[in-house]
Design a protein around this ligand. Sequence first.
Ligand code: ASP
Ligand code: MG
Length: 419
Amino acid sequence: MSLIVQKYGGSSMASIERIQHVARRVARTQAAGHKVVVVVSAMAGETDRLLSLSGKISSKPRDREIDVLLATGEQVSIALLALALGEIGVEARSLLGHQVKIVTDNVHGSARIHTIDASPVHECLDRGEVVVVAGFQGVDHEGNITTLGRGGSDLSAVAMAAAVKADACEIYSDVDGIYTTDPNMYAKATKIERISCEEMLELASLGAKVLQARSVEFALKYGVAICCKSTFDDGEGSWVLPDGPGGSMASLEGAVVTGIAADRQAARISVTRIPDRAGAAAELFEPLGREAINVDVIVQTAPQDGHCDLSFTVPKASAKQAQQLLEGLRSELGFAEVRVDDCVAKVSIVGAGMRSQSGVALRCFRALGQAGVNLQLISTSEIKISVVVDERFAEVAVRVLHDAFELDKPQGERKGLHD
Ligand code: ASP
Ligand code: MG
C-alpha cells in the first residue's frame, strides 16, 4: 500500500460534474489499495471573483482580510469534494489549513510554510478515510489565516507530500503534462516523460501553467517526486524529479536538451563605453536592485582602451524605468549611452545532459545561423544556453532548435551529439 497525494486545480473543480469526476478518480485510487490525501484549489475563477468583490468595497483592502476572503474559495471545494466522495461510498474528511495544520509566516498573500503537523492527517488515514485538504492556505503563529500566493495549491500539495512522506505527488490539471516547448508555438512539441526539478525551474515559462515555480523549488529541496497529469484522461503524465546522485535523469542516454522556452516579454539594455574600473557594474545595478527589477542574461565585453560595454535583459514592462534609473548615473559613472531595444525575445534551451556533453553550443548556434537568426546576446549556465534575438525570429528560433535536438522524438530515441 502506498500513500499518494493528489492535487486537483481549479479547472478540475470547475463544476459539480467535474467535482463528481474528481471524486470517482480519488475513489479509484483508494480502491486500488492506496491511502489518499487530496489537495484542492478553489473552483475555476473563484479566487478572481473574490478579489474583485474586495476591490468593490475597499480601494486598499487590508492583506489580512483578503486572505480570510480568498481562503473561502478552497473551503467550498474541500466540502463539496468530501460530500461527493461520501455519495459514492468513500469515507472522506475535509480539513482547512489551520486544522492540518499548515503553519506559515505572517506575510499575507505570499506566506511561506514553516511546518506542517501531519498527525491529524495520519489519524484520518488510519481510520481508512480519504483526507481532503484546502490548498493555498495556512495559519500563522498567531492563528491568522494566510495564503501562499497565486497558484499556491501546488505548493500546498508538494509540502503535504513531504510532510506525510507520500510515495508520490500527483498534480492534476486540464493539460496532460509538460511539453518540450509551447505547443502553440510549435505543433511538433512533445510531452516530456521525465524532467529534473532543476531543468523545470529553468523552464518555468513552459511549466508555469502546469506547475507553480515555488512548488518545484520545494520539491527539489525536500526530494518530492511530482507527476503532472490530466484530470480528464488516463495518460502517463510528466514526471518532475528531484535529482539524486546518479539519479534517473542521468540514465536518459542522448537526451541532451529537455525543453526550449521563449520569453517574448524581454527588453535588451546596453550601456556603452563604461570606464573600466572595479565596482562599476555594482554601481550600475544598484538602483535596479533597489527597485526590484529582474535582470537576466548579463554580458560584458572585454575592456578595450579603458572602456567596456555591458548588456542585459529586463522584463519589457520594466524597460522604461530601468532606462531612467541608468540615465541618472551617466554623469557619475561616465559611460557613453544607454540603449534600449524592447523588440527582443529570449530563447533558451535547457538540459541537464549539457553538463557532460560537448558540442551543444555548436549545434545550437549552427541551427540558428543556418536559419538566418542573428544573435544579439548569448549567455550560458551549466544546464542552459540562452540567446537574445529579434522578437520576429523567436518562433523560427524555437522551431529550428526543436528540430536540431530532435525534441519531437521520444527522450530515449534521440541521437547523441556525435552520432
Ligand atoms: N485558488 C488559488 C488561485 O487561484 C490557488 C490555486 O489555484 O492554486 O491562485
Ligand atoms: Mg492552479
